[in-house]
Design a protein around this ligand. Structure first.
Ligand SMILES: Nc1ncnc2c1ncn2[C@@H]1O[C@H](COP(=O)(O)OP(=O)(O)O)[C@@H](O)[C@H]1O
Ligand SMILES: [Mg+2]
Length: 176
């Protein structure tokens, strides 16, 4: 079933973690776990990068209020779509040329690498940066969780170790 959630935040650094927390809650409401579901976890990173950009580069000096919009949508084909809108019209996102020791300028590279597609849409005021990522459905997510649990049980290391240590006289505790 298609789902969507919308939020508005102040143009402040604390809004980045608020958006991440809201994203985790929305995904959980839709049966997607950002820890178990690799795609959903990557969407959370994308949200953090786009929000960080909106509150820093997308800030309009001298203005206040809830100017950053965050929308999260889950389509009926399990595509998660993120939109982050800010009110800054003068500058646009652009992937930078970064050198090995640079500590900034990698956010959009991450978004590019982790999403299936992303882009920017100019608005009358400001712009919307969006990204899409196909994620596992709720059913696929629980199927892989069961597979991991079953595989883990079959490969219990203790069962093998116990056989060796108890059965091998070389490991006898009294040294015989
Ligand atoms: N929302 C935005 N509004 C205006 N400029 C942006 C926005 N997002 C990104 N940019 C521009 O794109 C550049 C690259 O962004 P990014 O890869 O996230 O690196 P960083 O944020 O570390 O500078 C930024 O330095 C900035 O100039
Ligand atoms: Mg950035």
């Amino acid at each position: 079933m298609p789902e969507s959630a919308r939020y508005q935040y102040p143009t402040a650094p604390t809004s980045v973690s608020r958006a991440r927390a809201d994203c985790v809650t929305a995904l959980a409401d839709w049966g997607l776990n950002a820890t178990d579901n690799a795609g959903a976890g990557e969407v959370l990173t994308i949200v953090g990068e786009l929000m960080a950009n909106a509150v820093t580069h997308g800030r309009v000096p001298g203005t206040y209020g809830r100017q950053v919009g965050f929308t999260l949508e889950l389509t009926d084909v399990n595509l998660l779509r993120v939109e982050v809108r800010d009110a800054q019209s003068d500058r646009m996102p652009e992937k930078k040329h970064v050198r090995e020791l640079d500590t900034h300028g990698r956010g959009l590279f991450l978004v590019d690498a982790l999403s299936d597609t992303w882009g920017v849409r100019k608005e009358v005021i400001g712009k919307t940066v969006w990204a899409e990522k196909r994620v596992k459905s709720e059913t696929e997510q629980s199927a892989s969780r069961i597979a991991i649990a079953t595989d883990g049980a079959a490969r219990q290391p203790n069962a093998v170790d116990a056989d060796h240590s108890w059965g091998d006289p070389g490991h006898a505790a009294d040294g015989r």
